[in-house]
Design a protein around this ligand. Structure first.
Ligand code: COI
Length: 356
């Protein structure tokens, strides 16, 4: 074992797999970089984080996470600029959010210094896995799982915090068609919709499969009580451009407080665009699509960045979106990526340099 960090035990891989990877043909999340971090919680405290070669980890079949889904996660990206400098985008936000998610799932908070030291250590070791050029990134997946053995339905007394990384290109390679939820729901008042809880995603798979059978890649979820208001998409928050205004739903206990979402709001406002953060009615958007006022709809998320929607289905009717010049989606995607890849001034102080 080598210990180069004050607080982390480091074991470097002896067999890097990087030469086996075709970086031009990546399937999102399929290949992991050489190193990962694990840190165990036991007897009421987090132990020493360990950075080690990525690989399988033995677990007991009775581990709580397999039975009750006590698991939360984050999604982040590391970017490399043309000078080989490595950048994270608003990582404090991810750190805060994983602990907000953890609290809701009765998981103990993870220490900030461990989170940042682990990220910096992995990114230093795996810096060659981050390719320069817009669209290339190393997707970082921090997650926590309940590891105590025993199938009684109670919070785990033991946890493992893990960070793995996957080289990534775009999550969606082309614009998507979506359908508006009228039967199934993603989240409910007082539930866990705001958290990045693993089960929030599992619960969407079946209705999303039904949507896919009809040719739609994603579902725009509506409020569970009335299905009258648009909330978020499976892997993204959603923006609607009506005329020259940008509309998006406010965050609440059903909607994820997306970091890309809040960055787009800030960039749009800074650009002089009127942004209305308010409940967006399905009726209003269908009406705007019919009368030509609905110019564009796009999704925003870490993995997806910004993805334009081609059109949406509601009540078995498909509304195709027009092709707009000067689309907000592509304008704010460019502005966002220019900051992420250190190609523009960072007036909001969002970039975080990792010394590799
Ligand atoms: C992300 O955008 O990072 C997410 O967590 C969405 C994920 C389901 C790919």
């Amino acid at each position: 074992m080598e210990t180069q960090s004050k607080m982390i035990e480091i074991t470097k891989t002896k067999n890097s797999r990087i030469n086996e990877v075709d970086f031009d043909n990546l399937s999102f999340g399929k290949v992991c970089s050489d190193h990962m971090m694990i840190c165990d919680y036991k007897d009421g405290k987090w132990g020493t984080p360990q950075v080690l070669p990525y690989g399988p980890m033995p677990m007991e079949p009775s581990s709580k996470v397999f039975h009750y889904g006590q698991a939360v996660f984050e999604g982040m990206k590391a970017f490399k600029d043309e000078d080989g400098k490595v950048w994270l985008f608003r990582p404090e936000q991810n750190f805060n959010r994983i602990n907000i998610s953890a609290k809701r799932l009765a998981i103990p908070e993870f220490p900030k210094e461990y989170f940042f030291e682990a990220l910096e250590t992995i990114l230093k070791l795996d810096k060659d896995w981050i390719k320069p050029g817009k669209g290339n990134s190393l997707y970082i997946r921090p997650f926590v799982i309940g590891t105590e053995n025993g199938v009684s339905a109670s919070p785990s007394s033991e946890y493992r915090f893990i960070i793995i990384c996957c080289p990534a290109k775009a999550y969606y390679s082309s614009p998507v068609k979506v359908t508006i939820a009228q039967q199934y729901s993603r989240s409910a008042d007082g539930g866990v919709g705001f958290a990045k809880a693993a089960g929030n995603y599992a619960a969407q798979f079946y209705p999303t499969n039904l949507a896919k059978e009809k040719g739609y890649q994603q579902v725009i979820w509506t409020d569970a009580n009335t299905h009258e208001y648009l909330e978020e998409c499976g892997t993204m928050n959603v923006f609607f451009r009506v005329g020259d205004k940008l509309l998006t739903a406010p965050t609440n206990d059903r909607i994820l407080d997306g970091i890309t979402r809040k960055s787009i709001i800030a960039l749009a406002e800074d650009d002089g665009v009127e942004v209305e953060v308010r409940r967006v009615a399905v009726k209003e958007i269908v009406e705007a699509a019919k009368n030509g006022e609905l110019k564009e709809v796009f999704g925003a998320g870490t993995a997806a960045t910004i993805v334009p929607f081609l059109g949406f289905d509601f009540n078995e009717e498909y509304y195709e979106l027009p092709k707009v010049e000067n689309s907000y989606g592509s304008k704010f995607k460019t502005k966002l990526q220019d900051i992420q890849y250190n190609m523009a001034e960072d007036k909001f102080d969002w970039r975080y340099e990792v010394k590799v």
